[in-house]
Write a protein that binds this ligand. Sequence first.
Ligand SMILES: [Zn+2]
Length: 454
Amino acid sequence: MAPAAVCNNTNCLHGSAESRQTPIFKDQLSLDDQFAKLVSGIPLTTYYNDPSVSPIPVSWGAATPTSRGPIVASRAGKGVKKHNTIGSYGGCYNIYHALAVASHQLNPEYRADYTNAEPAYHFKPQPQWFNKEKIVALDPLGHLAPWEYGHIAESEEVEIKPTISITKAHLQLLEMEDYVKKGELEVDGEVVVNQAGDLAVTKLAVDPVWYLPGVAKRFGISEIELRRALFNDTCGMYPELLTRPDIKTFLPPIGGLTVYIFGNPENISDSSKKLALRVHDSCGGSDVFGSDICTCRPYLMFGIREAVKEAQAGGAGAVVYFQKEGRALGEVTKYLVYNARKRGGDSAAEYFKRTECIAGVRDMRFQQLMPDILHWLGITKIDRMLSMSNMKYDAIVESGIQIVERVPIPEDMIPADGQVEIDAKIQAGYFTTGNQITEEELKSTMGRSYTELK
Ligand SMILES: [Zn+2]
């Protein structure tokens, strides 16, 4: 077993080596008896009408941080009685946290020490942060939690964790070096910091926090319908979805998002300045490993370049990167679809059908919740939208943000095998400045078959 991580900060309240190594069951009971003992000591859920339950008040959309109140998910300390959120901090990573506890490498009572962890850039509060309709899928005060609500954590004996963090970095991307060499990107020492094309960036990581009535409203369904589906589809992982109608917020175990801002972050909410923006949904195969079956990395690099150029011209540029692998169907489904495509004659005409055959739908990204981060940033107008997706465009415009111009990926950046995807998407409604594609043309756009792959 790997040794437990050791923090040198003397303020940290790490568990002792002894507590990490103490097994839960010391006596020699049968497995049946061990389970009986386990279940008798742990309430399987809490109930809204239990008089001993007293959640810390939270009022989504309230006008100030104090009247809004903290998002309290943890069961640590007095959290079992006082939490006001369903689910756990850390989204899907909570399972690793559980493994660290189960393997005695982490004391379950360990409390984070946030010394020097406060945001590297302080975003000005926006009116949208206090509007319960505009933001329903993230906690607008998630970056302030430990500092704004630390006194509540202490006095109420609960654990309050941030769901947003903000830092600064340099990015090194081979494409940017190439753009500098070709004269397509200028070194200004501020955004493009050197001849290697290194980029200065302010970035935010955001874990999702759902305000259930607001999420239900976005989808035009009732809160009960939403709770029921979430309970069933997670195989009962969150019984409080059914037993705590008084709790309105939920931390879903799904991927979050990252925002990369180039130039002065203050410009992003200033509608007198131009903004170039790409909303990108993750594609590990292309974004990281360079697979040529889609246009993801090329469009991402184009998006970064254009965002940088807008920032250099005195405006703002940003890329919002959502963890929604394979159109939020997951990478396993994605590869199954690739197989079905490559074995069935990979034509643009059949592109979406292959996904529908396996997943039942062509897309589960549900862009309805995507604009929340744009509202959080205070964006009211996007001058250059670096995306062809009609779903993203519709969601943004319907949420009240103006889009001035839509910018498709340049033709010469589309990999040969990725033409199938882009043609199918254009035919399905994606924006293009080129010709619309006919049904006939769609049939003739073919990708490689497996016999042509090395
Ligand atoms: Zn891709």
